[in-house]
Design a protein around this ligand. Structure first.
Ligand SMILES: [Fe+2]
Length: 401
């Protein structure tokens, strides 16, 4: 049943359809709500108490102001029923404690919990693993309007969340383009390379990236506890011979290893390495497996070999750690998994730095200033991009009318 929503506030700022349960009853310490389509929510008494508007939830911030230490020991739901308009009203008993006022809950808000729409992955695109032989080239959109077009920005980020890789072409060569685009997504992640950094051959390189050598498939900054979630590269100049970009979907690669080489998959997901940045002014270090995360945690591939310092596992495990490492590195550069494509001025390529391995062919500059390759880059954490996508998803869901 859907009807005009009365003003029942929710413990957030979002809109929910007014979806009234067909039955509400108390069952021990739970309130059980059933909807006509078979969906059920069993809401624990203390969780309901923590979500009562005006008592536990501050109407201004919609955050809880209730210290769990102050939840009454004897609190229990006495009754749960529907109002005439279909809101859920709960009354309480609490032994000898102070009176607890009845609480009113929005039925659509309760249903969104039953649907799992409160979970982090809700409303986000499902990741699609890909092979280079399937994709052919990065998912690409015309980026001419990226500096101001929010719809284009969100469509591009949607591609990025699905494939871990999304390209814009024709975005121009304003050297600060990424600062503006990044700020419209969320906070840019600063590092010791600065909020925006250059990738070009340098006489005093601060990273292997700033040379002309081939970069094998890798992920940036595995030396951090949480490496940057996304990376965006913007090509300003490219007149150099060679230097094609490469991208490998680590999600597809890890699935392949699990299916075809389980002993290597096991070694890659359990045996640790110490990664460290060696530099005169930094000493970032982290120890983790090459393939970290997985299950319900984001995949984090730690694979920048110039900063992989030491095996961090028992002596007897080191031969199989290296066997698995070689298998991983060879497959990551295999044409079945690895896309190769040229970078043109005005191209903007975003990728999931913890899922997709990027690299480049070596390139030649002519030494006379005639052959140059100049990219600029920024990092953003997963949280910023996913928050932006959730907001876009919520805007597409019409409020109750
Ligand atoms: Fe890199």
């Amino acid at each position: 049943m859907t009807e005009t929503a009365p003003a029942v506030p929710t413990p957030d700022f979002y809109h929910y359809p007014w979806t009234v349960p067909s039955a509400v009853r108390v069952d021990g310490r739970f309130v059980q709500l059933d909807w006509a389509d078979g969906l059920r929510l069993r809401a624990f008494d203390l969780w309901l108490a923590e979500n009562t508007m005006g008592q536990a939830i501050d109407p201004a911030t919609r955050e809880s102001v209730l210290d769990p230490a102050d939840l009454p020991d004897d609190l229990a739901v006495a009754t749960a029923q529907l109002t005439e308009r279909g809101a859920v009203v709960v009354t309480w008993t609490d032994g000898d404690g102070p009176a607890v006022a009845p609480a009113l809950f929005h039925p659509g808000w309760l249903r969104h919990v039953a649907e799992g729409a409160h979970r982090p992955a809700a409303g986000l695109p499902e990741p699609i693993p890909w092979l280079a032989t399937d994709l052919g080239e990065p998912p690409t959109r015309d980026g001419a309007a990226i500096a101001s077009d929010d719809e284009l920005l969100e469509a591009w980020l949607d591609d990025l969340a699905r494939y871990g890789l999304a390209r814009l072409t024709g975005a121009g060569t304003d050297p600060d383009l990424l600062l503006g685009v990044g700020a419209r997504i969320g906070a840019i992640r600063d590092t010791n390379f600065g909020p925006i950094w250059d990738v070009r051959a340098s006489v005093e390189p601060n990273s292997t990236a700033n040379t002309t050598v081939r970069l094998c498939p890798h992920t940036d900054l595995p030396t951090r506890e949480t490496p940057p979630g996304f990376q965006i590269l913007h090509c300003l100049v490219n007149t150099a011979a060679g230097g094609w970009s490469t991208m490998t979907d680590g999600l597809a690669l890890v699935e392949h290893l699990a299916a075809e080489h389980p002993e290597h998959h096991e070694a890659l997901t359990t045996l640790r390495w110490v990664f460290f940045n060696r530099g005169p002014a930094v000493d970032h270090r982290w120890s983790g497996p090459l393939v970290d995360g997985g299950d319900d945690r984001p995949l984090t591939i730690r694979a920048f070999h110039p900063v992989r310092g030491f095996p961090d596992c028992d002596e007897e495990d080191q031969p199989r750690a290296y066997d698995a490492l070689r298998r991983f590195a060879r497959l990551a550069a295999d044409p079945r998994f690895q896309l190769r494509y040229p970078f043109a001025p005005g191209d903007v390529v975003a990728f999931d730095n913890r899922r997709v391995l990027h690299g480049r062919d070596g390139y030649d500059t002519d030494g006379d200033g005639g052959g140059r390759r100049h990219l600029r880059g920024i990092y953003l954490d997963h949280d910023e991009v996913l928050s932006r996508l959730r907001q876009a998803s919520r805007r597409r869901t019409p409020p109750a009318t």
